[in-house]
Design a protein around this ligand. Structure first.
Ligand code: ATP
Ligand code: MG
Length: 436
């Protein structure tokens, strides 16, 4: 029989890794809370038309990456390849955009049929952060500050560089697109195959090409800057001023266009050199046209998405992960010498959990003394609670201090609780002193 395996490009997140996932999720949520963002949870499946209209027919996603199928009613559905279109769909459906500012985040799994490699999988995860109803460039700058704050909390600021660009208004972009096509058309045969196709379908994406000859040709091409009106220029400059004021470093990259159709004015990416060619950890921009395009009334909108897999790879590659997950909780492990100790021990552990909700209370309930103690070390416990016949009959506990030369002591339950109480208090003090 053929072995059952996960679908290619779709990965299990194993118990050893989920702690880091939860840590990163928690930090990101804490920052978003500070800026007044609220969570939205959305279906994994949407009508295919949503992404065709929302992401754009001529994008990589819609052209070749979507998992689409007909359901039993013959309706075409798609596993969501991104979150923004779904958030906008839901916002319109529930009337969230009527003269209101909405700050929304959503996290979860996305699906794209791509060639799996490091930092690129077919099921991956994003946190998408969207601000609706604010026309000011301050909201774009604020989004970049949110990112900067997240990087700082995760200790990866030094590895992530911000690149920004402006695509101007729709009218300015159209004029630029025409001049770019005029410039590139005589070189059609020298362009790579993808770019030849894009010359007709989505010419701005050619700027994004990694092919050296295409890049050579582009070096003399007209730039978006030449087509920006004074309002667009001022909008972009205001973002730069706000970033400068907060000393957030950025590089203006006139070639930055982003893969999705719906952007206007601001686009930005946070990139790292630590992950090879999948170096973009986060991307975003302004998409003032999307709400209207999907059937709502015209609404200013700007947002970004962080790719979890790449962010976690960065935490691992830079060894920041080990620092972040240094065990801080108080942990105790039960070690029993025989099954007869189980009823007494079970009572004791449940009672510890009742009184100390923050203490991790571990037990294996079986195995040799040696293997149980080994496990207590491996789990990072500070204390082993050793229970044998003597402890059961005397209603005591022999504690072993695993981090202090294995000092042992036999004490009453009351004394144990006092000890745990003191440890918890000390622990909290250390925490509150170190928070700045
Ligand atoms: P790329 O150019 O690398 O394909 P993209 O422009 O398609 O990225 P977006 O749709 O803007 O990416 O998504 C934002 C972020 O989501 C990316 O910066 C990346 O971190 C992550 N991401 C996108 N596609 C994948 C994937 N297939 N596997 C893992 N992460 C991904
Ligand atoms: Mg892509």
């Amino acid at each position: 029989m053929k072995a059952l395996k996960a679908v290619r490009g779709m990965h299990d997140i194993q118990p050893n890794d989920t702690e880091l996932w939860r840590f990163v999720e928690r930090e990101i949520k804490a920052v978003l809370q500070q800026y007044g963002y609220q969570e939205m949870r959305l279906p994994l499946l949407e009508m295919t038309a949503l992404f065709q209209r929302g992401v754009g027919e001529n994008t990589d996603i819609v052209e070749k990456e979507m998992y689409s199928f007909l359901d039993r009613n013959g309706e075409s559905l798609t596993l969501r390849p991104e979150l923004t279109a779904s958030i906008v769909r839901a916002g319109i459906e529930h009337g969230l955009f009527y003269n209101q500012i909405q700050k929304i985040w959503s996290m979860g799994a996305l699906f794209r049929y791509e060639r799996p490699q490091k930092g690129r999988s077919r099921q991956f995860h994003q946190c998408s952060v969207e601000c609706f109803g604010v026309q000011s460039p301050a909201s774009d700058a604020e989004l970049m500050m949110i990112c900067a704050r997240i990087w700082s909390r995760l200790h990866v600021s030094e590895y992530l560089k911000l690149e920004i660009n402006t695509l101007g208004s729709q009218i300015e972009r159209q004029a630029y697109r025409m001049s770019l096509v005029d410039y590139l058309t005589p070189y059609t045969n020298d362009l790579d195959e993808d770019s030849q196709r894009r010359l007709i379908s989505n010419p701005l994406r050619i700027l994004d090409s990694k092919i050296p000859l295409t890049q050579d040709i582009l070096s003399q091409a007209p730039t978006m800057q030449d087509y920006l009106g004074s309002e667009s220029t001022a909008f972009f400059e205001q973002i730069c001023i706000l970033l400068d004021q907060r000393q957030i470093k950025y590089h203006i990259n006139p070639q930055l266009v982003r893969g999705l159709d719906y952007y206007s004015h601001t686009v930005f990416e946070w990139k790292t050199e630590q992950l090879g060619s999948q170096g973009t950890v986060c991307g975003g921009g302004r998409y003032d046209g999307l709400v209207e395009q999907l059937g709502g009334k015209a609404t200013s909108a700007t947002g970004f998405a962080i790719g979890f897999e790449r962010l976690l790879l960065l935490l691992e590659a830079t060894l920041v992960k080990d620092r972040l997950l240094k065990k801080e909780e108080i942990s105790v492990t039960l070690v029993i010498s025989s099954p007869e100790s189980i009823p007494y021990s079970m009572d004791l552990l449940e009672s510890i959990r009742n009184h100390f909700p923050k203490i991790e209370v571990l037990s294996a309930w079986s195995g040799s003394l040696k293997s149980q103690i080994k496990r207590a070390y491996a789990m990072g416990s500070q204390l082993a609670l050793m229970i044998g016949d003597q402890e059961v009959s005397g209603k005591t506990i022999t504690i072993r201090f695993l981090k202090e030369d294995n000092k042992t002591e036999t004490i009453t339950k009351q004394a144990l609780f006092e000890l745990l109480q003191n440890q918890t208090v000390n622990h909290n003090n250390i925490e509150s002193l170190s928070a700045d």
